[in-house]
Design a protein around this ligand. Structure first.
Ligand SMILES: [Mg+2]
Length: 245
C-alpha cells in the first residue's frame, strides 16, 4: 500500500525549492543530498576519454581497441560495466582486456580524470537554485578521499556548482574499499542530526531505497542514467527523473 508521507513533503523539483525557501524564511535549516556519479554527472565521457587515451598511448598492445575508435560513433556504447563496453567495442583477447582494465582503473579512480565527466542537463543550475534557496547542499559520494577528493572539488568548481562555500558540504569515503551502501547508511545517521532533509537525489536503486527509508519526509528522486546490474526494485514514493531540466 502506498502511504502519503508528511504534509511538508515537497512535490517535484520546483516543489523542493519552494519548500526550502519556506523553511529558510522560518530560519530553519534544510539539507539537500546529491550523489555525484550517475546523478549530477554522466561518467560515460570519462570512460570514453580514458579508453581513447589507452588506445593511442598503447596502440600496439591494444590493437582491437585502437581499431574500434576508427568507427566509434556515440556514447551509447558505454555501459555501466567496462566488460560490456569492451565487448561492444569488439575487444575480445583476454590479455588485451586485462591490460585495458588495469590502465582504465588507474585513471578512472583518480583526481586527474574527473574533469572528463559531463554534468547532466540542468544539474548545475538546479543545485545552484537549491543552494540559493537556503538549503545546505551535500555532495554524498562513494568516491574516496585519497584518490578522488581533489578532483571532485575541482570538477564541481569547474562547472560552477556551489562548492567549498557556506551552505555546502562534500562527503566522500575514507577508504575506497568501504561498501557504498553501508557507507551511505552510516553517513545518513550523521546527516540526520544536521537538520531537515528536504530532498535526496540518487541513481543507484539500492541507495535510493536506503535514503528514502531513512528520510521518509524528504522528496526522493531517482535519476535514470546507469546503475549497477541486478539492482533491487525502486521503492514506492520515489520520483523518477531523466535529468534536471
Ligand atoms: Mg551514483
Amino acid at each position: 500500500m502506498k502511504i502519503t508521507k508528511q504534509k511538508t513533503k515537497a512535490a517535484g523539483l520546483a516543489g523542493v525549492i519552494k519548500f526550502v525557501e519556506k523553511r529558510t524564511a522560518e530560519k530553519s535549516s534544510t539539507l539537500a543530498i546529491f550523489d555525484l556519479d550517475g546523478t549530477l554527472f554522466d561518467n560515460r565521457t570519462r570512460t570514453i576519454f580514458i579508453l581513447r587515451e589507452i588506445s593511442e598511448k598503447f596502440d600496439s598492445r591494444v590493437p582491437a581497441l585502437a581499431a574500434a575508435f576508427c568507427k566509434f560513433r556515440n556514447l551509447s556504447i558505454v555501459d555501466y560495466s567496462l566488460d560490456v563496453t569492451l565487448a561492444r567495442l569488439g575487444v575480445k583477447a583476454r590479455l588485451e582486456i586485462e591490460f585495458i582494465k588495469q590502465e582504465w582503473a588507474k585513471r578512472f579512480f583518480s583526481d586527474e580524470y574527473q574533469k572528463y565527466d559531463m554534468p547532466l542537463p540542468g544539474a548545475k543550475a538546479y543545485v545552484e537554485r537549491v543552494h540559493k534557496a537556503g538549503a545546505t547542499v551535500i555532495y554524498l559520494t562513494g568516491r574516496d578521499v585519497g584518490r578522488m577528493l581533489v578532483g571532485t572539488t575541482e570538477v564541481l568548481r569547474l562547472y560552477g556548482f556551489p562548492v567549498g562555500v557556506a551552505g555546502t558540504m562534500t562527503i566522500v569515503k575514507k577508504e575506497f574499499e568501504q561498501d557504498d551502501e553501508i557507507f551511505k547508511k552510516e553517513v545518513s545517521e550523521y546527516i540526520d542530526r544536521l537538520g531537515e532533509v528536504a530532498a535526496v537525489f540518487e541513481n543507484e536503486p539500492a541507495n535510493s531505497n536506503i535514503l528514502h527509508a531513512r528520510f521518509p519526509a524528504a522528496a526522493s528522486f531517482f535519476v535514470e542514467t546507469q546503475h549497477r546490474p541486478g539492482a533491487p526494485a525502486l521503492a514506492a514514493g520515489i520520483t523518477r527523473l531523466k535529468d534536471f531540466k
